[in-house]
Every structure is written in C-alpha cells, then in structure tokens.
Design a protein around this ligand. Structure first.
Ligand code: NAD
Ligand code: TYD
Length: 337
C-alpha cells in the first residue's frame, strides 16, 4: 500500500506516521510537508533510516509539483492533514489559511482524481460546526456554522472534498475531531503553551472567564480513529471523532490540572482579554465512528500526565521553538492583552 501523509512534520501528522509504521508495517509512506513555522522535521527525525518512509518538502498549493508527485508515486491512500491550524493566527491574518486549507485541498483532490487514488481521508475539525451551549453535541448532520477564519477555511475544504465524491466519485472520507493534545504539539495551542510557560515560571494567559469548554482527545486515539476511517469508513461520509467523556472540561480545569501535576502555583494564571468570537463549547457525538469499530481509550488525566512528561523530557525540542519568530508572534498575540 502506497500512502501519502500531508502535514507529516506537524503535530498530528508526525504522530500518525509513527502510528501507521507501527500498526501497518508493510505500508510505504510518503511524508509530505512544507515545513512552515509549525512543521518540524525533528518530529520525524527518528525515522530517517527507515526505508518504508520518504520525506518530501512540498507546498500542497503548488499544482505543478503536486501533480507530478502523484503521477510519479501512484498513491493508493491519502491522509490529508497539512493546514494552517491555529485560530489566533487566523484572526491576525487569514490569507495563508485560505491558500493552504482551501486551495491546497483542491489541488490535492485534482491530483488524487487524475492519478486514481483509491481513498482520500480529509482530516477536519469539530470547529466547523461553530459553538455549542451548555448541553448537547455536534452530530455529522449539524449545520456548519464556523466562527473563526480558521474554522471557515476548514468548512470550505470539507465541502469541496464532499463535492469531489458527489461529482467525480472520488472515494473521500471526512473526519471531524475535537481538540487534540500529546507529544510534538506546537507550543501555541493551550496545553503545550501552558505546560511550557509553567515550566519556565511564565504567566499562563487564560482568555476571558476561562470557562470555555473543549473536549480533549489524546493524539494517539485520534490516529487510531483515522486509520479506522480509512479502512472501514464509507466513501462520501463524515465521521466525528471525540475523546473520552472525562476530557470534556473547561479551560480553568485544564489549567489547574497542569499546575497541579507540575507542582506550580496558581498565581501563574493571568486572565487576559478574550479571543474575538471565542466559541463557548465543543463536544461531538462519536457514535457513527464507534459503529465502525473505534472508541477513544485514553482518559484525560492519564493522557495529560503522559503529555506533560513528554514536554519535561524534551525541553530542547520546545526551547528551540520558543525563540525568534515565535517570540514576535507571542508579542503580537499577547502583548496588548
Ligand atoms: P500543525 O499546525 O501542527 O501541523 C500542520 C502541518 O502542515 C505543519 O507541519 C505545516 O508545516 C504543514 N503545512 C502547512 N501549510 C502547508 C502547505 N501549504 N503545504 C504543505 N504542508 C503545509 O497542525 P495539527 O494540529 O497537526 O493539525 C493537523 C490537521 O488536523 C489540520 O488539518 C487540522 O485542521 C486538523 N485538526 C487538528 C486538531 C487539533 O486539535 N490540533 C483537531 C482537529 C483537526
Ligand atoms: P486552542 O488550543 O487555541 O484550540 P482551539 O481554539 O482550536 O479550541 O485553545 C483551546 C482553548 O484554550 C480555547 O478555549 C482558547 C483557550 N486559550 C486560552 O485561554 N489561552 C491561550 O493562550 C490559548 C492559546 C488558548
């Protein structure tokens, strides 16, 4: 089986590459990534001598290079994860989100169609559904109502992917997952940002009242769900992916747990001005993917402890990121709050 993973040097992409090599050892994997600020070749450096994997640096929004690659390799299966993925950055500037998430997805779909890819798994997010009140869940049939430019660009790409199934018969599957956490997550997202700031005794900038709820899933559970959707999902369908029920918690609870595990004081918490259009709550109903044989297995506390240990043990990984352009972004996003 010849498999393409886009965004393979990012957080979920790199975890997926390790998972596929472990669980499907005969597969040949092409790991594609542009290595933007969020992509880090170090994430998959441990595989450099593994002959089952090849790394290609490529922009998914560049049709000439992408078409040539697909024609040459003849992929059977594509896991499409490459994206601009951070809500706060999409608020500062949306252009790259449209280029990569929307145009880049269309370029990949055209290449998949003309090279006769058998299955195209598009990795999306529950953020396309917008925001929930205190109760209820997002279902695959829930109306799309994205609020951030990031979520809107993902919703647009989801619809294009589904249209390629309806119009051209390309075997696509769309997955919509809740918030991931785990090793190799770029320290701009809540959990790795707060863990690394706490390790440096720096303030933890908690947006608004800190009562926004996310439904956290350990990244390895998400990777297992993606493999299940690829192998057992029905073409043209959407599958929600959510974590264990104890992972549905507000940001104050996540922050308190991080500080408790690291034995750091609550005085590090710094309430700051809220994010515009900050979605109040996300939570998905995962029964559809449960029905094809996948279920989240890692409890939030267990996953959080593992994740924190990873950041404690891999200080040089995140310390080398938190320099230069990262600090400029940090000042732009947090300086005036
Ligand atoms: P990430 O930002 O860590 O990784 C994205 C990767 O895509 C990076 O390695 C980056 O270099 C690469 N990339 C960006 N633009 C590219 C381009 N034009 N061409 C090729 N590569 C490019 O993101 P992530 O958290 O690993 O998310 C991966 C996917 O999963 C995204 O599509 C995201 O929308 C989706 N998702 C993420 C979460 C989450 O909680 N992180 C939840 C649900 C869905
Ligand atoms: P984030 O990790 O950016 O994921 P998303 O916005 O895609 O859900 O944020 C998770 C939650 O944490 C969200 O409610 C916003 C909040 N948050 C903060 O309070 N402070 C921060 O510095 C960040 C990055 C997020």
């Amino acid at each position: 089986m010849k498999v393409l993973v886009t965004g393979a040097a990012g957080f979920i992409g790199s975890n997926l590459v390790y998972h596929l090599l472990e669980s499907r050892p005969s597969w040949k994997i092409t790991a594609l990534d542009l290595l933007t600020y969020a992509g880090n070749i170090e994430n998959i450096a441990g595989l450099i001598n593994d002959r089952r994997i090849e790394f290609i640096k490529c922009d998914i929004a560049d049709p000439a290079t992408v078409n040539e690659l697909f024609a040459e390799k003849g992929f059977d299966l594509v896991f499409h994860l490459a994206a601009e993925s951070h809500v706060d950055r999409s608020i500062h500037s949306a252009a790259e989100f449209i280029k990569t998430n929307v145009v880049g997805t269309q370029v990949l779909l055209d290449a998949a169609l003309s090279s006769k890819v058998s299955r195209f798994v598009h990795i999306s997010t529950d953020e396309v559904y917008g925001s929930l009140g205190p109760t209820g869940y997002f279902y695959e049939t829930t109306l799309l109502d994205p609020t951030s430019p990031y979520a809107a660009s993902k919703a647009a790409s989801d619809l294009i992917v589904l249209a390629y199934f309806k119009t051209h018969g390309l075997e696509t599957v769309v997955t919509r997952c809740t918030n991931n956490y785990g090793p190799y997550q770029f320290p701009e997202k809540l959990i790795p940002l707060f863990v690394t700031n706490a390790l440096e005794d720096k303030p933890l900038p908690l947006y608004g009242d800190g009562l926004n709820v996310r439904s956290w899933i350990y990244v390895r559970d998400h990777c297992e769900a993606l493999l299940c959707a690829a192998e057992k999902g029905v073409a043209g369908e959407v599958y929600n992916i959510g974590g264990t029920s104890d992972g549905e918690v507000n940001n104050r609870v996540v922050t308190a747990a991080i500080l408790e595990i690291l034995k750091k004081p609550e005085t590090l918490i710094k309430p700051v001005k809220d994010r515009p259009a900050h979605d109040r709550r996300y939570a998905v109903d995962s029964s559809k993917i449960n029905g094809i044989g996948w279920k989240a297995g890692i409890l939030f506390r267990e996953g959080l402890e593992k994740t924190i240990k990873w950041y404690v043990d891999n200080r040089s990984w995140w310390q080398s990121i938190k320099t230069g352009a990262y600090l400029e972004y940090y000042e732009r996003n947090y300086g005036a709050r």
